[in-house]
Ligand binder design. Structure first.
Ligand code: 5GP
Ligand code: ZN
Length: 120
């Protein structure tokens, strides 16, 4: 930790600041590659964001590093098991017109309640 290269960080990015602990968050998981914290405005009983430490704009860019994408997915699964019953919905909003508002890739882990009956 702490040795993220300069080109892996965007000085204006809110999630880079959360990764660097310059902005507080309710962390539920961290390792050397990925952190996970609770969404400020939860849209499900369990709503966690899984965020690679390196600044990547979206899942298209993250997919250029398949191991990091796989780590992100497996951390999502671990969080859903540790904090819920193991079932979850995984969402990457990609692009403004798809609802992306923070341009540092993050996987939304949504779980609990009646997700099965909801529309996407
Ligand atoms: P997006 O719309 O980009 O897919 O998702 C961004 C998410 O980040 C939103 O669900 C929003 O509530 C969450 N968010 C934005 N700023 C913060 C913050 O400073 N802290 C936390 N914990 N979540 C944030
Ligand atoms: Zn960032």
């Amino acid at each position: 930790m702490g040795n993220i290269a300069a080109d892996d960080r965007d000085p204006d990015c809110i999630f880079c600041k959360i990764v660097a602990e310059e902005i507080p968050s309710d962390r539920v998981y961290e390792d050397d590659q990925v952190i996970a914290f609770r969404d400020l405005h939860p849209k499900a009983p369990l709503h966690v964001l899984v965020v690679p430490r390196r600044h990547r704009r979206d899942v298209r860019e993250l997919a250029e590093q398949p191991e990091l994408l796989a780590r992100t997915a497996s951390v999502a699964s671990k969080v859903a098991s540790d904090l819920g019953d193991g079932d979850f919905r995984l969402i990457f909003n990609t692009g403004a017109s798809a609802g992306q508002t923070v341009f540092h890739v993050h996987a939304h882990v949504l779980a609990g309640g009646s997700l099965a009956e909801e529309e996407m």
